[in-house]
Design a protein around this ligand. Structure first.
Ligand code: COA
Length: 423
């Protein structure tokens, strides 16, 4: 296993970042979403981008084969944004496909082979009905021992949630606090699939019921709403509807360059200073399913490479595919001690005005989870926050000089962590 401090062969800078809107788009295919993200990224490059400067492209995508009946996606994405004949490679590591594509882009520049690399991620999931999406996603679990025993992804994370509740003597309240926070953040993100806070959503539903002459629900708070099984039905106990990330279409793009040429693109680059990746077994053979070993390994590598500690990180986008996953992530990344992630969520310490804002974008929970794009989309949020361009959700009262992205594949069979610095 990788041990000791590793460093990149060359410095890496992020000089552009963009994304499509995330949501359900009947009339758009992967290629349309990718073009939207690419154009948004191109506009973000302060000094302009001549696309003939791009030397290679890495595309995170979990399964366009199953979702759209279209394999071999990377050269097609290259074609649609006018990059042929530059080499185009698809990267698949389940929901971590985007984060691992980023790491491949980093390694390609650090090796000295390329100076300018496009990293993208894309997934078009809503062509299929929910039950078929669930089956397709289950291909990212252990099909021999997990899917064949009836586990779906909500079921696998539900197992982690029950183990966590049992170990720390908790109910479901901390999960609900994660959902409230992330929907509140997503309400400030115009590109989020759910661009509404739960407070606004419940008020809108009351108005709808009144207009239709139906009984008006008596919810006063978000907790009333989340505790109402009619509004927030069970998916796999204890995970309810609002504990789950949605089924999403979307794409995101980043422009990476060798640090020494970053000034050709912008005077305000982000430096990518830490990268780590780990793997873990299926849930059934893990000694403890209240933590993700690959995340701990990836975080340790990234912190060591960056020369920073978890306490130095100002904001993080973490992989909240289910609310339980955010709690576990904040512990695996060292922000809180084991079992304390739940307490921190309850106390609002991970809210936008808390000591350690987590998922200011709305996270996968509210922004949406187009699985192959999610890891790249996380860095788009970091780009905006670090450059002070996050609009209504911009954190204004702090200097965001260090940020972290944490992207998980499966139940943690893969995890990749990246750390960014703004000087
Ligand atoms: N959170 C909150 N609301 C959601 C939602 C979610 N995850 N998914 C759907 N909704 C809302 C819809 O907007 C819709 O609201 P409306 O009635 O006001 O229009 C309503 O719930 C029904 O939507 P629908 O698409 O019919 O839901 P569904 O029952 O088919 O799917 C889930 C809901 C939770 C099963 C689905 O989102 C899911 O499978 N999520 C997990 C995806 C996953 O496993 N990803 C990989 C993670 S590792």
């Amino acid at each position: 296993m990788l041990s000791g401090k590793r460093r990149l062969g060359r410095g890496i800078a992020v000089v552009g970042a963009g994304m499509s809107r995330f949501g359900a788009f009947k009339d758009k295919a992967s290629r349309d979403l990718f073009v939207d993200a690419f154009v948004d990224m191109q506009k973000s490059v302060d000094k302009g981008l001549d696309i003939t400067d791009i030397q290679s492209i890495f595309v995170g995508n979990f399964s366009s084969d199953l979702f759209e009946g279209q394999g071999h996606l990377a050269p097609m994405m290259a074609e649609w944004v006018g990059l042929n004949p530059c080499p185009a490679t698809r990267v698949e590591d389940a929901c971590a496909s985007g984060g691992v594509a980023l790491r491949q882009g980093v390694l390609a520049i650090a090796s000295g082979l390329y100076d300018v690399v496009l990293v993208g991620g894309v997934e078009k999931m809503t062509n299929l009905p929910t039950e078929r999406v669930t089956d397709a996603l289950a291909a990212a679990s252990d099909v021999l021992y997990e899917a064949s025993a009836g586990f779906t992804f909500p079921g696998l994370y539900a197992a982690m949630a029950t183990a966590y509740m049992d170990k720390y003597g908790l109910g479901t309240e901390p999960f609900m606090h994660v959902a409230i926070k992330n929907h509140k953040n997503g309400g400030l993100n115009p590109k989020a699939q759910f661009n509404t806070s739960l407070k606004d959503l419940l008020e809108a539903r009351k108005v709808r019921a009144r207009d239709r002459g139906q009984p008006v629900p008596e919810w006063k708070t978000e907790m009333d709403f989340l505790n109402d099984p009619a509004a927030n039905p069970l998916v796999a106990w204890p995970m309810r509807l609002f504990d789950c990330s949605p089924i999403t279409d979307g794409a995101a793009c980043l422009l990476l360059v060798a640090e020494e040429i970053a000034g050709n693109f912008t005077d305000r680059p982000l430096r990518l200073i830490g990268s780590g990746q780990g793997s873990d077994s299926s849930l059934l053979t893990r000694p403890d399913i209240t933590t993700i070993g690959s995340a701990r390994v990836a975080a340790r590598q990234a912190y060591e490479m960056a020369g920073v500690a978890s306490s130095d990180i100002k904001i993080a986008e973490v992989h909240d595919c289910f609310t339980i996953a955010e709690l576990i992530a904040t512990e695996d990344l060292g922000f809180f001690a084991p079992g304390e992630g739940a307490k921190a969520a309850l106390e609002g310490r991970t809210a936008r005005d808390g000591e350690r804002p987590i998922n200011t974008s709305g996270g996968l929970k509210s922004k949406g989870h187009p699985v192959g794009a999610s890891g790249v989309g996380q860095v788009v949020e970091i780009w905006h926050q670090m450059r002070g361009e996050a609009g209504d959700r911009q954190l204004r009262d702090r200097d965001i000089n260090l940020a972290l992205a944490h992207n998980v594949g499966g139940t943690g069979n893969t995890c990749v962590v990246h750390i960014f610095e703004r000087r």
